[in-house]
Ligand binder design. Structure first.
Ligand code: C2E
Ligand code: MG
Ligand code: MG
Length: 417
């Protein structure tokens, strides 16, 4: 532990000295449009030219610079140097007006109260158009002070500076608030890109990130493209930009100048012609996969519909059972009512016979009986019984005979109906 502490202390001292002595240099890694293989700009990557240890990669000193706060002066130097260089190339070679220089910004820089003013001042001093500058912010630094970051981004975007969300997929930023940050680009972390051809989950993630970015109105840059197969897959996924050793390693200033100034036609294009057949094959494969995915989704929908129908069918059968038993009960009730009715009719017949013997004597009994039967029936079953007393019917019937009597009854029934 003591040894490690000493090494760190030594490194910190060296770093302080290095900042004073300006022992840093910048390398530039091309960012290429995957649509036409043309260079769209560079990401600026700092290197430390240590007097004893040689060139040191940022992985070895950036986190220490952040811990000690030295990243603030170092980051400011990188920003100023990058803008100065870009402007110098524009003047020296003419054009390059659409190229963007991307500079990494640490969360410690974002936390500075005068960060916005610093950036504006650098642009003013170097005379670089803000449209040629892009700032990269890592996903992990978003969570530190989201509101402050949003305010900074909005402020600088207003003058034309663009923003990339670096190493996307490795931090813990919540997708639900991603849209609140006005990023122009998502940089897909290289951990997803390097296993895109042999890990279906990673491929799925990259595909989802490209869709997500497009839906949020952002472009995507795939970081760390190392093989032609990765490049082909990313082209097939319609990822807009790419960066990586397969396209170009980070280059020093002289090589960049060679590329810009080269007389060779299309020198500013990364040459992928040799690999065209692999790329085309991959694109065709991706299209086929897309088609299969669509079919799979359709099949899924059909399956869901089928399940719905089955549920409906089950409930209908169940329902039919209920209706059937209700009908059965109703029929039973009606049968009972009918039995009661025919019993009552028979009683009536008996009474009528009695009545015919005495003419009036049983009239009251007859009426009482009818009333009682009527009440019973009304309670028992929902069947209406219409009783009709025809004056002098008996006399009529006896006088004109039964067929005429029947005819009379039919006419009365018809009239009632
Ligand atoms: P980054 O911003 O994600 O930069 C990309 C890193 O990936 C660079 O590493 C680059 O050299 C490397 N890279 C590019 N293509 C490939 C590839 O195909 N395969 C592999 N394996 N790596 C590739 P580098 O230059 O070592 O920088 C590492 C990190 O250090 C950067 O990651 C960035 O976070 C930080 N950094 C570099 N320069 C600066 C700076 O000026 N300021 C700040 N704050 N951070 C910086
Ligand atoms: Mg970066
Ligand atoms: Mg990155």
């Amino acid at each position: 532990m003591r040894g490690r502490a000493l090494t760190l202390l030594q490194l910190e001292n060296d770093l302080r000295r290095a900042i004073k002595r300006k022992e840093f240099i910048l390398h530039y890694q091309p960012i290429v449009s995957l649509g036409n293989d043309k260079i769209q700009g560079f990401e600026v990557l700092v290197r430390w030219r240590h007097p004893d240890k040689g060139l040191i990669a940022p992985g070895e000193f950036i986190s220490l610079a952040e811990e000690t706060g030295l990243i603030v002066p170092l980051g400011f130097w990188v920003l100023k140097e990058a803008c100065t260089q870009m402007r110098a190339w524009q003047i020296k070679y003419g054009g390059l007006t659409t190229w963007k220089v991307s500079v990494n910004i640490s969360s410690k820089q974002l936390a500075l109260p005068n960060f916005v003013a610093q950036v504006k001042q650098v642009l003013q001093e170097t005379e670089l158009n803000p449209h040629n500058l892009k700032l990269e912010i890592t996903e992990s630094s978003l969570v530190e002070d989201a509101n402050n970051t949003i305010a900074i981004l909005q402020d600088l975007k207003a003058i034309g500076i663009e923003f990339s969300l670096d190493d996307f997929g490795t931090g813990y930023s919540s997708l639900s608030y991603l849209h609140q940050f006005p990023f122009d680009t998502l940089k897909i972390d290289r951990s997803f890109v390097n296993s895109i051809n042999n890990n279906a989950d990673k491929l799925g993630i990259v595909r989802a990130i490209v869709t997500l970015a497009n839906n949020l109105g952002m472009d995507t840059i795939a970081e760390g493209i190392e093989t032609v197969k990765q490049l082909a897959q990313l082209k097939a996924l319609k990822c807009q930009y790419g960066q990586g050793y397969f396209l170009s390693k980070p280059l020093d200033k002289e090589i960049v100048e060679h590329i810009i100034s080269s007389e060779i036609a299309n020198a500013q294009t990364v040459d992928v012609e040799d690999h065209k057949s692999i790329i085309d094959e991959q694109i065709a494969r991706e299209q086929l996969l897309f088609h299969i995915e669509q079919l799979r989704q359709e099949l899924e929908e059909v399956k869901l519909e089928k399940a719905d129908l089955e549920i409906m069918l089950d409930t209908t059968t169940e329902h039919a059972d209920i209706v059937e038993s209700q009908l059965h009960n109703e029929i039973c009730d009606r049968q009972k009512a009918q039995a009661a009715l025919s019993l009552a009719n028979r009683e009536l017949e008996k009474l009528s016979v009695l009545d015919s013997l005495t003419q009036v004597a049983n009239r009251r009994r007859f009426d009482d009986y009818l009333l009682q039967e009527w009440r019973k029936l009304k309670e028992e079953a929902p069947i209406s019984l219409i009783l009709c007393d025809i004056d002098y019917f008996k006399l009529y019937n006896d006088t004109y005979g039964h067929p005429i009597g029947d005819y009379c009854l039919q006419q009365v029934a018809l009239a009632i109906e």
